[in-house]
Design a binder for this molecule. Structure first.
Ligand SMILES: [Zn+2]
Ligand SMILES: [Zn+2]
Length: 104
């Protein structure tokens, strides 16, 4: 047996929290839509495919939750810094570690 380990295409770290961009974007969409439906429209999921299967939809994935969240976070931050803080509280895939040096 042994779990299949695969690394994220973006950060090259092993994917330990396999939730795909598509499933994550659905949850992010719900949060963002509460306050900024205009921004929520731009949060779209996608499938890269990969050797690790998403724990929710079982599809293959190759971008880790951290990298996808960070991409969306940066998009939100450009448009709404208050919402960006709430986003980090909700989707904390080690985002704060990266953001310590940020003016956050
Ligand atoms: Zn990554
Ligand atoms: Zn999924």
């Amino acid at each position: 047996m042994g779990a299949i380990t695969s690394c994220c295409v973006e950060c090259d770290q092993p994917i330990t929290n396999p939730i795909c961009a598509s499933c994550l974007s659905e949850e992010m969409h719900i949060l963002v839509h509460e306050t900024r439906p205009d921004l929520a429209k731009h949060i779209v999921g996608f499938h890269f495919g990969g050797e690790v299967n998403c724990i929710k939809c079982q599809k293959g994935m190759s971008l880790c939750a951290h990298c996808f969240s960070k991409d969306i976070y940066e998009y939100i931050k450009e448009n709404d810094s208050m919402l960006a803080k709430e986003f980090v509280n909700r989707f904390d895939f080690d985002l704060r570690v990266d953001l310590i040096s940020d003016a956050f």
